[in-house]
Design a protein. Structure first.
Length: 566
């Protein structure tokens, strides 16, 4: 392979007169005659002279998810091809019900064919993440055009990982005659029986198959293992790597299976992947070589461009009311999670202790988990009194959520008759506030406390709701808001929820919640939802004239929480 650029070459980003990072949208057909949509990321005109990296998307993700890594690679002298799988999400052809792992592996071969036939490229470094790494491992053992394989949190025991996620012996059930038909697997509707049959017949289902494929490799295999991976066992990775003559592991400190949930871990990963693409030796601890970072403005502009393309390529088939009605049915399982209980305790602490006569607005109450928390605290701490009781008002999009909130909160309220609260509920679509005319049905300066838990991310214009919440909060009142953070990883929270003292129904609810999380992640990627870091959440709240006092992470470090005042 050619030598990597030095920090003084013309690849330094954003310098005047120097070549800029650019992306070309291309398409080609795989051997099943389905169109594959792809992007070529590069600097300058060296499409034939610079080395190439092939980036495969994760299951349930598109080529856009690899944009940040692709631009880091391109900024450091590498050309990149990233693509969408067929029969998957994104811009490639096909239906998700026809998705299979062998089919995904065939897409990789189609990418190699395209690079060779169109650009004369016969040597490629392949980089893959999670489930897609299993596809690449199979292809790399048989296709000499892959000269190095880099696996990030790659699945090495597929059915073992599925069993860890779903707490079922998937293989045993299938061999025993159970059939799934079309089923939701981590957010995508796939043909579960075809998916299982094809991985079994191709021997892609277990650790033994990965060990066998690793033993066929005659090229380097670099495996980046997230230190806190909940789905892939380190011992199994080590067993797979032991079979590969040139296999080695690199531990990514303080990282989860979704490495990008930690910006610091992601930056370290990008740096090391750049090194691994150029070098066959481990990166020295004292190295002074710092890879170029892509120009942020260029990266953000391309991110917006691709988000708009994804919007046009496919609109969610179900409406928001339908989606959230189904989602909230399973949401109560989170009450069994210590991380979620800690999150509720934090939100409640930031809202302040219940007191006689306080008016509380729960904007986006869902099925009422925060309301139940507040009532329990009032029951525990408020003495019998003739003063006005607290009043709780819950607003939500779905009748199902409001009904569940009422049922659960009345159950708590019956035990706290000395301070029986006022409970009021109303169905409100916050997105209707976006037209500038609709308003919340309350007078100015009404509420003492407003909680807006995990809601703002899912609105078309969160600023419209924030303006209304500022209007109805009294001067000096407290406002607490939260959002899942970008690239959040719910694996630890999920495992904590169903880890102990759960029923069969709890496990089913947990699976459904994880499936819904997959849909939410896809909606985030296509721009239908926007998640915020603590700093980003604080910024949009301050833009609504709130005075932000506190900003932090909670919910297993996956959610941003802010406290503000009017």
């Amino acid at each position: 392979m050619a030598q990597p650029p030095s920090p003084t070459t013309d690849l330094a980003p954003a310098a005047a007169g120097q070549p800029q990072l650019q992306t070309e949208f291309v398409s080609f057909h795989n051997r099943a005659d389905l169109r594959v949509a792809a992007c070529l990321d590069h600097v300058g005109t060296g499409l034939r002279s610079r080395p190439w990296v092939l980036l495969a998307p994760k299951y349930g993700e598109t080529k856009k998810n690899n944009l940040q890594l692709a631009y880091h690679l391109a900024a450091n002298g590498l050309n990149v091809l990233r693509f969408d799988h067929t029969n998957h999400v994104g811009e490639s052809e096909g239906e998700t019900t026809a998705f299979t792992i062998p089919g995904a592996a065939a897409d990789v071969t189609a990418c190699l064919d395209y690079l060779e036939e169109s650009l004369g490229v016969r040597q490629v470094v392949a980089v893959a993440n999670s489930l897609s790494a299993r596809c690449l491992l199979r292809v790399a053992g048989n296709d000499t055009r892959i000269i190095k394989l880099i696996s990030v949190a790659g699945v090495v025991n597929l059915l073992g990982t599925m069993q860890e996620i779903y707490r079922e012996d998937i293989l045993g059930l299938y061999r025993g005659g159970h059939r799934w038909g079309v089923t939701n697997f981590l957010g995508l509707e796939i043909n579960g029986d075809m998916f299982l049959e094809t991985i079994l017949s191709a021997e892609l289902h277990d650790l033994a198959g990965s060990v066998q494929d690793a033993g066929k490799l005659r090229v380097p295999l670099v495996y980046f293992y997230p230190e806190q991976d909940a789905w892939v066992a380190r011992a199994e990775v080590e067993q797979m790597l032991a079979a590969c003559p040139q296999g080695r592991m690199v531990t990514v400190a303080a990282a989860m299976h979704e490495v990008q949930e930690s910006p610091r871990a992601a930056e370290e990963l990008f740096r090391q992947v750049v090194w691994a693409c150029w070098h066959d030796t481990p990166q020295p601890d004292d190295t002074k070589a710092v890879p170029h970072a892509p120009d942020k403005k260029t990266l953000l502009a391309q991110n917006r461009r691709e988000r708009e393309r994804l919007r046009r390529a496919g609109t969610p088939s179900e409406g928001e009311t339908e989606f959230w009605t189904g989602y909230l049915k399973k949401y109560s399982i989170l009450e069994k999670s210590t991380d979620y209980r800690a999150y509720l305790n934090l939100v409640g602490h930031l809202c302040g202790p219940p007191r006689p006569g306080v008016l509380v607005l729960d904007a986006g109450c869902g099925n009422g988990l925060f309301g139940r928390w507040m009532l329990r605290e009032a029951w525990r701490h408020l003495p019998p009194s003739n003063e006005l009781p607290p009043t709780y008002v819950g607003l939500d999009l779905t009748t199902q959520g409001l009904a569940d909130a009422l049922t659960g909160q009345l159950g708590v309220g019956r035990r706290m008759l000395p301070v029986a609260p006022g409970l009021q509920y109303a169905m409100v679509d916050f997105d209707l506030l976006s037209d500038g005319h609709a308003r919340l049905p309350f007078r100015d300066d009404t509420f003492d406390v407003i909680c807006c838990s995990l809601v703002l991310s899912y609105l078309k214009r969160p600023q419209a709701l924030l303006a209304e919440l500022h209007r109805v909060l009294r001067p000096g009142g407290v406002f607490v808001a939260s959002s899942m953070k970008p690239h959040c990883d719910l694996s630890v929270i999920y495992r904590d929820s169903i880890g102990r003292h759960v029923t069969t129904g709890d496990v089913d609810s947990g699976r459904d919640l994880l499936r819904a999380a997959g849909k939410i992640k896809l909606k985030e990627e296509t721009g239908h939802y926007t998640f915020y870091s603590p700093a980003q959440l604080a910024t949009i709240v301050m833009d609504a004239d709130f005075n932000v006092r506190r900003s932090q992470l909670s919910l297993g470090n996956q959610a941003a929480v802010i406290q503000a005042f009017k």
